[in-house]
Design a protein around this ligand. Structure first.
Ligand code: SAM
Length: 236
């Protein structure tokens, strides 16, 4: 797996960034012990920052795990805000519920057990911020499902935009560099340009990044934090 940040740079970002509270520290310890792939404090602090900068009131997450990313978002939401957590693993969702309650965010959180792609269909939105952190191969589908529910001034954040065990970094890079940009390409069959040997996750990430880059209604920047996050801000 390609390292996005060196250990020293990651330490620097953590040291200079917002302080985790006791619950977040406990959640970080759980990730370290269990090997659970949470977004980590560098991305967590950025999610909270995005929530504050966009004045977000409502958030939807695809793949909440035990609630780590949701907790960072919740710290930046108003008391009457709302965050929808989705998770296919019942035990993880229960842990998320306990951590969110420990942080005092029980009232603003909704917990949905099941496939995020099905759950999102039951919500009208609007969602000022959306986090994609479920199956990488399904990011393009998730984008199509949630696109119209994100208002101008809102944003979609996709984790693992640069790396993950199942993502072939060089393949995504070559695909993005080779492919022409432009809205006229938006409806092309993107998958034709991706090598056959690419993993499903690689295909999902490559397709997702080209789709959001070519979508005129969004402006996308990839931030090299954690495993890379693609932030797509809705401009129109
Ligand atoms: C990388 S983890 C999420 C981490 C979380 N965002 C955090 O920062 O702690 C991905 C999670 O997505 C869940 N998941 C996978 N497919 C899903 C789906 N279709 N709908 C909802 N959750 C899903 C997995 O069970 C796993 O807990």
């Amino acid at each position: 797996m390609t390292d996005v940040l060196t250990d020293k740079v990651a330490r620097f970002v953590r040291a200079a960034g917002p302080s985790p509270d006791d619950t977040l520290r406990e959640m970080d310890e759980y990730a370290a012990e269990s090997g659970f792939p949470h977004v980590g404090p560098e991305v967590g602090g950025t999610l909270a920052l995005l929530a504050r900068m966009t004045g977000a009131r409502s958030v939807f997450e695809f793949g909440s795990g035990y609630g780590y990313s949701a907790y960072w978002f919740a710290r930046a939401l108003p008391d009457d805000g709302r965050i929808v957590l989705t998770e296919i693993d019942e035990d993880e969702l229960e842990m998320a519920r306990e951590y969110m309650q420990a942080g005092g965010f029980g009232d603003i959180a909704e917990y949905e057990l099941g496939d995020a792609l099905e759950i999102v269909e039951r919500y009208d939105g609007p969602f000022d911020l959306v986090l994609l952190d479920h199956q990488k191969r399904r990011y393009p589908e998730a984008f199509e499902a949630v696109r119209s529910k994100v208002p101008v001034g809102g944003a979609i954040v996709a984790d693992n935009a640069m790396t993950a065990d199942s993502i072939q970094f060089e393949t995504v890079l070559e695909f993005l560099e080779a492919r022409d940009r432009g809205p006229e390409r938006r409806n092309d069959d993107l998958t034709e340009d991706i090598p056959n040997e690419a993993t499903d996750a690689t295909r999902g990430i490559a397709t997702y990044l080209a789709t959001v880059r070519d979508d005129e209604a969004f402006e996308t920047t990839v931030l090299p934090l954690g495993e890379g996050i693609a932030v797509s801000y809705r401009t129109e």
